[in-house]
Design a protein around this ligand. Structure first.
Ligand SMILES: [Cu+2]
Length: 139
């Protein structure tokens, strides 16, 4: 084998290797994108129970789900379920303040009268500070 042919072979190997590496990189990147898209789509719809009622669980110390989205003018119906101790579901801007306790599910409804992003929280001392907050978005 002449030096020229050996050099040509070497370059060919580099090119093929480069293509394979590039394809692997592309696949890895696109599968990452797919994964993150899946996570976004599975977390965005609010759990609904039953028929138009949104189920929100309160626990020490947080809400599940932490984000709900409704349309302006909607009558928002929420069933509040506590996993442990007394909590409240409070939205200052919309005049919502509902207590709920373990073993006694409570339904609360209100009209999403204005567009915006509103914080809901628990006003039991220390709970909001410990992370018992969420976001209601009215679109
Ligand atoms: Cu609480």
């Amino acid at each position: 084998m002449s030096n020229k042919n050996a050099l040509g072979l070497f370059i060919l190997i580099l090119i093929v290797g480069g293509i394979i590496t590039f394809n692997n990189f592309k696949n890895a990147t696109s599968s990452n994108v797919n994964k993150s898209t899946k996570i976004i789509s599975s977390s965005s719809p609010s759990p609904t129970f039953p028929q138009g009622t949104i189920l929100i669980k309160g626990f020490n110390t947080g809400f599940t789900p932490k984000e709900i989205t409704v349309k302006q003018g909607d009558t928002v119906k929420i069933r509040l379920v506590s996993d442990d101790s007394p909590h409240t579901f409070t939205i200052d801007e919309l005049g919502v303040d509902q207590q709920f306790n373990w073993g006694k599910d409570v339904d609360v409804s209100f009209i999403a009268s204005k567009k915006g992003t509103f914080q809901f929280y628990c006003r039991v001392p220390g709970h909001k500070e410990a992370g018992m907050v969420g976001t209601l978005t009215v679109i």
